[in-house]
Design a protein around this ligand. Structure first.
Ligand code: NAD
Ligand code: G6P
Ligand code: MN
Length: 443
């Protein structure tokens, strides 16, 4: 059996140790001969790499481990690039969330002004990774989950049209796991779904078990009363903080808008922006929660491992939910034809929607990459929402490419979350100032 070589781009990510542990758990399904870490911030990556080196020596000494900030060393001789970078780090996520709140506007990592600002930072970083991959390992595939995935995906479609990059999001995976548990199934893998939308902006239209029995009525009955919240005795491995519990409960109100479908949790920001602002703490947003929680835990634990010289009793946990990344790599490596939700060029998958849009739909994945499954025509309600949102995403990419102030001003004004063009302009000028080290200079 061939053994694979992978590079994790964003080696210093809070998710890296959990993903490494997940890869080790799946070696029988996806054998690995080499794991490389690549980051552009040596100091940050070193904390994670020192711990993972010890962990790998103890648990899989046959795997060659490299941590580097040199693109050539990182991207040479790899089969897969697993990319999760955060251009601007948590310090900039904090600004993405807090600047809009000053104007009474939702402050969120991937939605509205925060997502637009983050998109303007991420595009260049992700394109750089694509270029390194094509230069040093032209046969490799990039599995990208760097955010904001919708904008990043549009940028790679438009600016690197032939590159082998697949953009993927874990939110549907997490929601499907909750749906499965809400009706007594043990795993989302017992369900076959139909879904359409943009990233962080979509709807399930059909969910069946492997025998073809319709599971939608049961799941809808749960969501109508509880959203995606689950009884306390059911423990999920991911998205467990109080703010996420609020999000899962809020899905009940989002569902009420269209009881024919089941919604992605992120739609709450577009339908109930005032509710979100009302319960936000402008001094302590999700970025602060994550810095004090996940980031603090991962880095202090990595440092403890490096100090102790052993990872035997580590509190770092296997990121089991991230095994969808292994499913995707396996689908390409072994031509498994697994059905997965991916972010791909529409090209008719949603019949009555812009063929050049990057949409999230079920795909059959084999060694040639994803083949989208047709989802048919979508109703006016979703179509109207998606037309507006995809225009925002496309305008951001055009603004980045053309360095256009005007187009970014239009993107912000068009976002459902921004109340009017005056606030859009004030926000834009604030965001330009905050992002001057990361955005192209706008004309
Ligand atoms: P993090 O800040 O802990 O890690 C990101 C790492 O990327 C940092 O070590 C940073 O130095 C590095 N980096 C930044 N710019 C880089 C560049 N140009 N080249 C190389 N490395 C660079 O962030 P995190 O919270 O662990 O999240 C990582 C990313 O994964 C984010 O974009 C996040 O939104 C995304 N994410 C996506 C999904 C999804 O569903 N698609 C799920 C979880 C996380
Ligand atoms: C979900 C989304 C990701 C996003 C993450 C944020 O998993 O799909 O795109 O990055 O949530 O989680 P956090 O814990 O960092 O707020
Ligand atoms: Mn996501």
């Amino acid at each position: 059996m061939k053994k694979f070589s992978i590079v994790i781009a964003g080696g210093g990510s809070t998710f890296t140790p959990g993903i490494v542990l997940m890869l080790l758990d799946n070696l029988d399904k996806f054998p690995i001969r080499q794991i490389k870490f690549y980051d552009n911030l040596e100091e940050r990556q070193n904390h994670v790499a020192s711990a993972c080196e010890i962990l790998l020596k103890e648990r899989a000494p046959e795997i060659n481990f490299v941590a580097t900030t040199d693109p050539e060393a990182a991207f040479t001789d790899v089969d897969f690039v697993m990319a999760h970078i955060r251009v601007g780090l948590y310090a900039m996520r904090e600004k993405d969330e807090k600047i809009p709140l000053k104007y009474g506007v939702v402050g969120q990592e991937t939605c509205g002004p925060g997502g637009i600002a983050y998109g303007m930072r991420s595009i260049g970083g992700v394109l750089e990774l694509v270029d390194y991959m094509e230069q040093y390992s032209p046969d490799a595939w990039m599995l990208n989950y760097s955010n904001p995935a919708a904008i990043v995906a549009e940028a790679t479609r438009k600016l690197r049209p032939t590159s082998k990059i697949i953009n993927i999001c874990d939110m549907p995976v997490g929601i499907e796991e909750r749906m499965a548990h809400s009706i007594g199934l043990s795993s989302r893998k017992e369900m076959v779904v139909r879904y359409y939308g943009l990233n962080h902006f979509g709807w399930w239209t059909d969910i069946r078990d492997k025998e073809g029995n319709d599971l939608m009525p049961q799941i809808k009955a749960h969501v109508k009363d509880h959203g995606y919240s689950l009884p306390e005795e059911i423990e999920e491995s991911q998205h467990t903080d109080a703010s996420w519990m609020h999000t899962f409960a809020k899905a009940k109100d989002v569902y009420a808008l269209d009881p024919d479908t089941l919604p992605n949790t992120y739609l709450k920001y577009y339908f109930y922006p005032q509710d979100e602002v009302a319960h936000a703490n402008p001094e302590f947003t999700r970025a602060n929660e994550v810095m004090a929680g996940r980031e603090q835990h991962v880095f202090s634990e990595c440092d403890r491992i490096a100090e102790a010289g052993t990872a035997e009793e580590t509190s770092l946990e296997v990121d089991e939910h991230a095994s969808y990344i292994v499913d995707l790599a396996r689908a390409i490596a072994y031509n498994t034809h697994e059905r997965m939700l991916l972010i791909v060029p529409n090209e008719g998958a949603i019949v009555n929607f812009d063929e050049t849009a990057m949409v999230e739909v079920p795909c059959v994945v084999g060694s040639n990459g994803p083949e989208p499954l047709t989802q048919g025509k979508i109703p006016r309600f979703q179509k109207g929402l998606m037309e507006q949102q995809v225009a925002v995403e496309k305008l951001v990419v055009e603004a980045w490419e053309e360095k256009s102030y005007q187009k970014l001003y239009q993107a912000l004004s068009l976002s459902r979350i921004v109340p009017n063009a005056r606030i859009a302009k004030e926000l834009l000028d604030d965001l330009i100032e905050a992002n001057k080290d990361f955005w192209p200079e706008l004309k």
